[in-house]
Design a binder for this molecule. Sequence first.
Ligand code: SF4
Length: 407
Amino acid sequence: MKKVELLAPAGNLEKLKTAVFYGADAVYCGGFNYGLREGADNFSYQDLKAGTEFIHDRGKKIYVTVNMIPHNDDLKGLDNYLDDLEEIGVDALIISDPGILKIIRKKEIDIPLHLSTQANSVNYASVLFWQELGLDRIILARELNKEEIKEIDNKTDISLEMFVHGAMCISYSGRCLLSNYFTNRDANRGKCAHSCRWKYYLMEEERPGEYYPVFEDENGTHILNSKDLCLIEYIPEIINSGVDSLKIEGRMKGIHYIACVTSTYRKAIDLYYQDPKNYKFNKDWFKDLKKISHRGYTTGFFLDPPNQDSQNYSSSAYQRTYDFMGVVRGYDHKKNEALIEVRHKFFKGDHLEILKHNGEVKKEVVNYIINEAGQRVEAAPHPKEIIRIPVNEKYEQLEVVRREVKK
Ligand code: SF4
């Protein structure tokens, strides 16, 4: 049985490596232009070259987004950019605009093409249209249920990709003018201001300055604020729907998110293929996914149309049960100490979890901290500082360290 691909986001080179170490089969990233996440670090030419080499050395794949909806001016420089991507040797371009497709064809760029979710493919006829135009994969719109996905797979003959985890837009797979309207930042050109997450009031024209809360219920007024997609409980249904690639959203997300989500889906997918008939969902996976920052979870459109439970009315703030404390940068065999790059303040006596690349979670207690100056200290408050703590076993570069949120 051919295994589905697990596709993880890579907002920068470090996140790319994290995704690969935690089990991604492929990553997608924004290059130095034309992606849809201007807020992500994105890749310079050199980083993209290094990232592509790193990925290919490990037999994985890298896809680059060229999926903005460009205006005339945005097309300036596209020719050179495409030449660079071809020379670097990325494995696919993710596109949505027919004009960009035309330019790619005219230039005879020899890179497989994936159609972005921005193109909103929600039926088999549309998928067949793109198939006939020679695209290699369709990234389905999020607004599809499992029966529709299955029917599209049955009636087409092209690789299909679907989102299984991550933030949802309130609009049609990202085709949104909220951000443009409120902030003049074009979400379709990578500048989304997340206006859908804001708290809204109503103001009557004749009474300027008098704000009336828009009550959904007593909890508040976040009327457009979707929970995050999470389909970890439905791995068999997803695989049986015929899709080829399971995509995790989140090029703007941090290392803890990438490590935790990628390793959790990796475990579920691998367990399913070991013995599909006796596969059982492990409730701990869901608990793990609540350790990272999220806005509450929903199954999106996969089972039923979204309802009132799919929104988060009380707050647009992220919730999480664990803090991301840092990443492992090395291991001292002689002293049994891990070298940790600090991201959150450490204290002597902290109880930590270290998420290993294979998805296992190990517990460690911080019995002492040695700072960069070689002194024993009670706390390590400085982000990016490399500290030493005693550990019970060897940990690898870029393994994630976390601690339960202190109440
Ligand atoms: S404002 Fe919200 S709905 Fe619009 S593109 Fe941004 S995240 Fe999506």
